[in-house]
Design a protein around this ligand. Structure first.
Ligand code: SF4
Length: 328
């Protein structure tokens, strides 16, 4: 495997939920490539398919949800070709995930130390207890929690500390990719800021790639080098975080999300939302799924599904950027 082998390669991925009234596609033909040590931000409103896509990558889809098309490779390996034993080894070792709720990720009746030890020893049974202890202490230092809290139970820690422990456990085995699904959403702004700074520092030291999922555009722009914008199960724009501002060429949905970031004027905080609601995936609008909410929709948007139009960085899936429709 060469140095530039993508850490994650998603091709044409579709995921559907089987419901009593039929199949509902939550992810529709998505492509995404994450390179070594890269951070990609994945943004979109609730229900846009972000978490479903992440769960598909980790092979954590449950119940009625299943991959219906495409492929997912992590470090060149098709995740869906692994048997159960291989998959257990692959998770944590090569890919890990940090969920929003630390409390549900931690075992309330086990000390932090025991949880870190169990994770490491289940994958590296040959390691001595001293080696595991050294790694556990190193992890506590990385997430800036006093080593004495190795002896603490989750309920004895604050929300921010618990989330840091979850991050420490996720990176315990030096995975090459970590998916972070709204990792700081439940926390207050100050704690959120400090955890994000730590994630950036740890990522540089441990050299892993991150797929950073959030509905908060400003956080993503700060964390990621590239940003994928998801709407109704499609990545409708892939761009560079430096160009992520109003006035640059963007998908109208991206512009809407940018306008929804609170802007401080001399007297007030001004927030402009996007009109309407995300579509019902059971009956998507024809043509461009965004057309009922799009202020610049054209006639063809109601009948023609837009294809991705390459930009200097990434692409935009919108008729405005096709040759005939180009307004830019
Ligand atoms: Fe708006 Fe049409 Fe572009 Fe869809 S394709 S975002 S409706 S302009």
């Amino acid at each position: 495997m060469s140095e530039n082998t993508p850490v994650l390669e998603i091709k044409d991925l579709s995921v559907a939920y089987q419901t009593p009234t039929g199949s509902v596609e939550a992810v529709r033909g998505v492509n995404l490539t994450l390179y070594p040590e890269e951070i990609i931000g994945l943004v979109g409103e609730s229900g846009s398919g972000k978490s479903t896509m992440a769960f598909a990558v980790m092979r954590l889809l449950k119940g009625e949800a299943m991959v219906t098309g495409g492929s997912i490779k992590v470090l060149g390996k098709d995740v869906y070709s692994l048997n159960k034993k291989e998959l257990r080894q692959f998770r944590w070792d090569q890919m890990a995930m940090v969920f929003q709720s630390a409390m549900s990720a931690l075992n309330p009746v086990m000390t932090v130390e025991k949880q870190i030890f169990d994770t490491i020893l289940s994958h590296r049974p040959q390691m001595s207890r001293q080696e595991v202890r050294t790694r556990a202490e190193e992890l506590m230092d990385m997430v800036r929690i006093d080593r004495k809290h190795l002896k603490s139970y989750p309920h004895e820690l604050s929300g921010g500390m618990r989330q840091r422990i979850v991050i420490a456990i996720a990176i315990a085995l030096h995975p090459k990719m970590v998916i972070m699904d709204e990792p700081t959403t439940a926390l207050d702004v100050v704690v959120q800021r400090s955890i994000l700074d730590q994630i950036k520092d740890i990522q540089k030291t441990e050299k892993f790639s991150i797929l950073f999922i959030s509905h908060d555009f400003s956080l993503v722009a700060e964390m990621a080098s590239r940003v994928a914008i998801m709407y109704a199960g499609r990545i409708v724009e892939m761009t560079d975080s430096h160009t992520l501002k109003l006035g640059e060429k963007h998908h109208p949905y991206t512009d809407g999300l940018l306008r929804a970031i609170p802007q401080l004027t001399s007297e007030d905080v001004v927030i402009e939302g996007i009109a309407g609601n995300p579509p019902d995936l059971r009956s998507l609008p024809s043509g461009c799924a965004f057309h009922p909410r799009c202020a610049v929709a054209m006639d063809r948007c109601k009948s023609e599904v837009p294809i991705p139009h390459p930009q200097s960085i990434g692409y935009i899936e919108c008729h405005l950027y096709s040759e005939e429709g180009s307004h830019v």
